[in-house]
Design a protein around this ligand. Structure first.
Ligand SMILES: CC(C)(COP(=O)(O)OP(=O)(O)OC[C@H]1O[C@@H](n2cnc3c(N)ncnc32)[C@H](O)[C@@H]1OP(=O)(O)O)[C@@H](O)C(=O)NCCC(=O)NCCS
Length: 156
């Protein structure tokens, strides 16, 4: 299968927002309730995210499989990893590992001291596998619904 990993482009935005909603909505209900998933990624408003603010060619990477978006992620110049989402059809095929490896390379080039993220319950085992430490539980409120994630970091 042809796999392309490249920087995010503005014309990826609609595919990225659709993948975000599809991926969050497929998260097991053992991790988050349906109300929490709906608040995290509302189906009717492209995820309710200001995409122009959160992902741009300077901070985002995408993976395409046969020309279709399969995964995306962002990391900023301070080492903050905001998004990492792999379409449910393509999970456990190492796509997040490829994206994270690319991000880690960038962090090394920038001589950053650490990469940090607020990992979902679902993503915690992945970040542990990548060498992150769990620092603390974190609670957020989105669209009036409270839910928890984990503040995690990896020293470089
Ligand atoms: C978390 C996520 C990005 C992982 O993507 P992925 O491409 O499936 O991950 P990889 O295939 O690269 O996984 C590498 C390793 O991480 C660990 N891992 C990944 N997903 C796991 C899971 N659901 N349960 C346990 N371990 C997991 C495994 O050790 C895996 O290696 P293995 O498959 O050989 O056992 C993906 O599950 C996802 O998009 N989840 C929903 C959205 C989300 O919560 N994103 C994070 C927001 S902070």
């Amino acid at each position: 299968m042809t796999l392309v990993i490249r920087s995010y482009r503005k014309d990826d935005q609609s595919a990225v927002s659709n993948l975000f909603v599809d991926t969050v909505q497929a998260i097991p209900l053992s991790d988050y309730t349906q109300d929490q998933l709906d608040a995290w990624a509302p189906k009717d408003s492209v995820g309710g995210i200001d995409w122009d603010k959160r992902i741009h060619p300077g901070n985002g990477y995408v993976i395409l499989l046969k020309d279709r978006l399969a995964a995306f992620g962002t990391i900023d110049q301070n080492g903050y990893l905001d998004f990492l989402y792999v379409h449910p059809k393509h999970q456990r095929q190492k796509l997040a590992t490829y994206l994270f490896t690319r991000m880690e390379l960038e962090a090394e080039e920038l001589k950053l001291a650490k990469i940090y993220t607020y990992a979902s319950i679902t993503a915690k085992p992945f970040f542990e596998k990548m060498g992150f430490r769990t620092i603390r539980e974190n609670w957020i409120e989105r669209n009036g619904v409270r839910f928890m994630n984990w503040y995690m970091e990896k020293k470089m």
